[in-house]
Design a protein around this ligand. Sequence first.
Ligand code: ASP
Length: 308
Amino acid sequence: MSSKKITSYIWSHDLSPEQSCELIARANFFKKTLRNTPENQPLRGRQIVLLFVEPSTRTKLSFQMAAQRLGAQCLIVDDPASSSLVKGESLQDTLWTLDSLGPDMVVVRCGGDLALDQLADQLSCPIINGGWGSQSHPTQALLDLMTIHNHYSKLEGLKVALVGDMDHSRVAASLAPLLLACGAQVKALAPESLYAKKIPGVGELDSMEDLLDWCDVYYGLRVQFERHQSLSTKKQTLEQFKQEFSLDQHGLKRLSPQGVIMHPGPINWGVEFQPEVESDPRFLVRTQVENGVYMRAALMDFLLESEK
Ligand code: ASP
């Protein structure tokens, strides 16, 4: 793997586009081999802590399964009520405590108020961002890069449309710059009330029709109902969102037969996607989840290998 080594992974640009693409090869190698060769466990003897103080199913379990398949021991802190967080210890102090315990790596999912990037620079063990507020979710971006690359055998020139909650989606914030850096084109379609923060280099689409005629990858973003009430204002209602920004049977007909449909999950069925999307052969969401295990394995292996 190419030159500059990093120890923590907080933003998708912490790895160069070349390093990100090289991780795809490593992840695909693990996808072929990891289950079948228990003797080949590069992280045997390592201890990896998952500190998850925001809800998670896919990310947490895929990190856990990846760590275990690599031979590492995986310790999980995900219930604030059973840690000192309930006594009022701050998340920052919790991370310092974990660091002092001496794990080989900590994967953190947390809200946006923690200065995770600054903290990662001060701690001695490598930190992986497992989803940070609305700021970033770079391992989701990596697994999506892998899924798109595996499908098309390229990234250069592909047209990726992001649809929905652009303002609150940390996935959009991490995926768009990574795709652009790898030579893909990225455009967004979002209601005005959910698209105030523009991402440099991301173009705009005017309508669902334009989007469906343009894109290779239709990427639905979950409406982050837990983070805002933008769809209950007079300006934009949930019903309007469903009419203008939901993928349904008409959209499926218009989308290119060679196109693919992605979403980071969890899907709000009836909001981002209508139920008929699930049985469409272009629906790649299960593949994204599967790839998540191997991409996270590849990343942990890469970050820890220089210390072997
Ligand atoms: N699971 C992804 C995340 O944690 C996507 C989402 O929740 O909308 O950001």
